[in-house]
Design a protein around this ligand. Structure first.
Ligand code: SAM
Length: 332
């Protein structure tokens, strides 16, 4: 648990809950997967669908307005669509989003998602090149992601493509992605690489700054700064492209960190509540969830307390290389 004292003036509103439904993934991205000590949570350790629904219920009582299901890869979790149905059935009108690598998103699944009521999906795609995709992810599944993106567009599900900007790997594709956003009604969002410490020298190898990305795009396209509506606000700086169908977003946790505006909580697949991606401590909710003597009010109090103690200020840069867990564990 965090031990800093509560300063009421600094208490921030947490309105966004990201829940990792599994730590397993069918890709092995160079910037995310562990190289050594690979050990996934056992089935027993993972939160059940009922436990996830319970946490969302308490989150809503605490002012959560948006929930994202992520992972690992959420679609590798068995019966994942049932969880979505359960959540939307339990909380009609819930703003529920999903982040996926898109490799398991068949046309049928997309149609089911549309029918269930999913309106927006984030798909991670770092390259338009099949060989490069293999080099980045370790899997030859590029075609599946591309098909999924077109099927999502056809189904009129708002599609946000997340690209981790990687120097000397996909740096040369910035304009290709911008062109895709110009020609299609999608959001193309470049994320600065964060060294989550699988290897100490990744930072120098891969880091490609948001400003460099923007200046490349601005040479070719006219970008108009755009403020999303309050409930659609996120960490991305958003731009409309003059004359284009889609939008460009830049997420720069390092060069222009957004800790002071962060409104999110993360819950890992094994039920640890993290108030900050880079927090050293977390709140273990599973023993409480699984203790029949402890009701919702205990969970409520713990989550409320965690909100009050959500750390302010970025320690992020100083922590680079200090053994922060990969996003596949924390839930990207
Ligand atoms: N499997 C899903 C996917 O691929 O979108 C969800 C989990 S993934 C960990 C979520 C996001 O985290 C992806 O957009 C991924 O690109 C991003 N991510 C993972 N490691 C990262 C890193 N080291 N730096 C920046 N973004 C990272």
């Amino acid at each position: 648990m965090q031990h800093s004292s509560i300063n009421k003036k600094n208490v921030r509103r947490v309105s966004y809950l990201r829940i990792s439904v599994t730590d397993r993934c069918n890709l092995r991205c160079i910037y995310c997967s562990p190289v050594r000590n690979f050990k996934f949570f056992s089935h027993k350790e993972i939160l059940t669908f009922e436990e996830i629904v319970r946490l969302v219920r308490i989150g809503l009582m605490l002012g959560i307005e948006k929930v994202r299901l992520t992972g690992g890869e959420p679609f590798v979790r068995r019966n994942f669509l049932n969880l979505i149905e359960l959540l939307l059935g339990s909380f009609p009108g819930l703003d529920l989003r999903i982040t996926t690598n898109g490799t398991l998103l068949t046309k049928d699944t997309i149609l089911s998602l549309k029918k269930i009521g999913i309106k927006a999906i984030n798909v991670s795609l770092d390259t338009f090149d099949r060989k490069k995709f293999f080099k980045i992810t370790g899997m030859d599944l590029h075609h599946r992601v591309i098909n999924a993106i077109y099927d999502l567009i056809d189904a009129e599900i708002l599609t946000k493509i997340n690209i981790v900007a990687l120097k000397n790997i996909n740096q040369d594709e910035v304009l290709k992605f911008a062109k895709f956003a110009y020609e299609n009604p999608v959001h193309v969002r470049f994320i600065e690489f964060m060294d989550l410490s699988m290897s100490k020298d990744q930072m120098g190898t891969y880091f490609y700054s948001a400003n460099d990305i923007l200046s490349v795009i601005k040479k070719e396209y006219s970008l108009i700064k755009y403020e999303p509506k309050e409930n659609a606000k996120g960490p991305a700086r958003m731009y409309k492209i003059q004359g284009g169908l889609g939008k460009i977003g830049i997420i720069s946790p390092l060069s222009n960190h957004f800790c002071h505006t962060c409104n999110r909580f993360r819950i890992t697949a094994n039920g640890k509540l993290r108030t900050c991606l880079f927090a050293e401590k977390d709140y273990d909710l599973k023993p409480i969830l699984r203790n029949p003597k402890l009701g919702d009010r205990f969970l409520y109090r713990i989550m409320k307390n965690a909100m009050a103690r959500k750390p302010i200020g970025s320690k992020l840069i100083s922590k680079q290389g200090n053994g922060i867990q990969g996003m596949y564990v924390v839930g990207g």
